[in-house]
Design a binder for this molecule. Structure first.
Ligand SMILES: C[S@@+](CC[C@H](N)C(=O)[O-])C[C@H]1O[C@@H](n2cnc3c(N)ncnc32)[C@H](O)[C@@H]1O
Length: 211
């Protein structure tokens, strides 16, 4: 399939991205709705989840991405692979997150990944960033007790800010005593992670859990 050309960045604060979205009937999407869920926020083309879903058929994967054209293409590809444990949803995560998590089976959310989420590294664009305190509070409410949040970024300030937002909420703690992990514990790297490592640049990553 030809790679679609889409805008590099969209502004999540613009009017276009303030609407809520219609949430699918998950029982029509996933063949086993009782499997644990892994949610990837800002999944872009979704190739990371495509590989994860193929490797782990007994987990459900859900990718959220604001750029609709990428989501459309990612869903077409997962259909070509006949995957019934993977779906991509398009929308601004800061607008429908609570509604979305409330629609999943209770206690099913076991892993949330937020990886290289932001083109918004300038301080004046902080409000456009994905990890806002509201998102963290909603995750504290819906993450399963043994659930994990995996964060990574190539921009130190963005990684530190994401991590602080979780720690400030006071319901989250780092999984390990060393906050920053030198290795990625996941079996697949995202496109952005591969590009960062190929440039020889550092990745800041951490895992958080509930107290
Ligand atoms: C730099 S890309 C990284 C993509 C992928 N996670 C990776 O590591 O390769 C960040 C993605 O997050 C998406 N994004 C940013 N803000 C978002 C929001 N509020 N809601 C949903 N997606 C968002 C962007 O459109 C972009 O595709």
């Amino acid at each position: 399939m030809a790679r679609v050309r889409v805008r590099q960045h969209v502004n999540p604060l613009s009017n276009k991205y303030q609407q809520s979205i219609s949430i699918p009937d998950w029982s029509q999407v996933y063949s086993n709705l009782s499997a644990p869920f892994h949610l990837d926020l800002g999944c872009a083309r979704g190739r990371f989840l495509l590989q994860m879903a193929q490797k782990n058929p007994h987990r459900n994967y859900l990718g959220i991405e604001i750029r609709e054209a990428l989501v459309k293409e990612a869903n077409q590809i997962k259909d070509e692979y006949n995957l019934t444990n993977l779906f991509y949803l398009s929308g601004n995560i800061n607008h429908f997150f609570k509604e979305l998590l409330a629609s999943l089976p209770p206690n099913s959310l076991e892993l949330v990944t937020i990886q290289f989420p932001d083109p918004w590294f300038k301080k004046k664009h902080q409000k456009r960033r994905v990890v806002q305190s509201e998102i963290v509070a909603i995750l504290a409410q819906f993450l399963s007790k043994k659930g994990q949040i995996f964060l990574q970024s190539d921009i130190k300030e963005v990684a530190e800010e994401m991590c602080s937002r979780f720690l400030d909420n006071q319901q989250f703690k780092p999984l390990k005593s060393e906050i920053w992990l030198s290795e990625n514990p996941l079996e697949i790297m995202t496109e952005r992670e591969i590009a960062t490592i190929n440039k020889g640049e550092k990745v800041y990553r951490t895992i958080l859990t509930l107290f």
